[in-house]
Ligand binder design. Structure first.
Ligand SMILES: Cc1cc2nc3c(=O)[nH]c(=O)nc-3n(C[C@H](O)[C@H](O)[C@H](O)COP(=O)(O)OP(=O)(O)OC[C@H]3O[C@@H](n4cnc5c(N)ncnc54)[C@H](O)[C@@H]3O)c2cc1C
Length: 235
């Protein structure tokens, strides 16, 4: 079934980090969405010029009529700039979705689950984690998350609380621009695999270079390529 553009209304907006804004949208779907999927949004200027971008859904599918997007402001970013500075609750935007057939996780698919996110690439992984907590809390899961600084960790309090309270969940955070900062490397991947065991499914999301580097490290560490699913945000 072809996806059609529909009107969605912004019902709330709040800063998530200094560079990321959380927008809540009221959406009328033609079908349910799955954790990991994204939507396309389209902006139209008064002169008819249009810009279209994709944004992952951060919220869990159990609340389908109200979704959260987490949009990072990029320098000179055309669409992210609009959502960071201009869009306000009450505004209507054009949206179509849900989109994405491969980068989705459903409880019951097999365990354990390894999630690897860089920057805003953590967004679809958050939907998976929230879905897991509500529907399959026994599935062992580990999130390996690379952010620039502690302030830029998306959903930091939630992730730290889950790490402390959910027995089957572990957060491994690496900060690249903090004092003593580092990138995820072969040692970090090895530590994650030792803590989790051999993952049945691995999801990797972030900028192109991040996804390529992580995929190589995972395969080098013995994770079967066919069990790794990737989503590239560009950049
Ligand atoms: C499936 C999918 C899901 C996505 N989900 C999210 C999401 O949940 N949150 C989110 O913030 N973004 C997400 N993105 C990225 C988003 O679609 C846009 O590419 C991003 O917001 C930049 O658009 P812009 O119009 O602001 O920038 P543009 O005006 O298109 O570009 C501005 C500058 O930024 C560079 N650039 C473009 N994209 C990136 C990038 N991803 N990283 C680094 N530099 C970049 C460009 O080369 C250019 O120099 C997703 C992308 C895809 C394909």
């Amino acid at each position: 079934m072809a996806l059609t553009w529909q009107e969605a209304r912004i019902t709330a907006a709040a800063p998530e980090t200094p560079r990321v804004r959380r927008l809540t949208l009221a959406v009328g779907w033609s079908r349910p969405f799955r954790a990991g999927q994204h939507v396309d949004v389209r902006l139209t200027a008064p002169d008819g010029y249009q810009a279209q971008r994709s944004y992952s859904i951060a919220s869990a599918p159990t609340r389908p009529e109200s979704i959260d997007l987490l949009i990072e402001r990029l320098d000179d970013g055309e669409v992210s700039g609009f959502f960071s500075d201009v869009a306000e609750p009450g505004d209507a935007i054009e949206l179509r979705g849900p989109i994405g057939g491969a980068f989705v996780w459903d409880p019951g698919e097999g365990e354990p689950l390894l999630l690897v996110g860089g920057g805003s690439g953590v967004v679809p992984l958050l939907s998976m984690l929230r879905h897991r907590a509500e529907g399959a809390p026994d599935v062992p899961a580990l999130l390996l998350y690379s952010a620039r600084t502690s302030d830029e960790v998306i959903a930091r309090e939630e992730l730290m609380r889950r790490d402390a309270e959910e027995p089957g969940f572990r957060l491994m955070l690496t900060l690249t621009r903090a004092p003593g900062g580092r990138r995820i490397d072969a040692d970090t991947i090895g530590e994650a695999l030792a803590a989790l065991g051999s993952p049945a499914h691995t999801f990797v999301c972030g900028a192109n270079s991040f996804v390529s580097a992580m995929s190589d490290l995972l395969v080098d560490a013995g994770v079967p390529a066919k069990s790794i699913r990737t989503e590239r945000f560009g950049g």
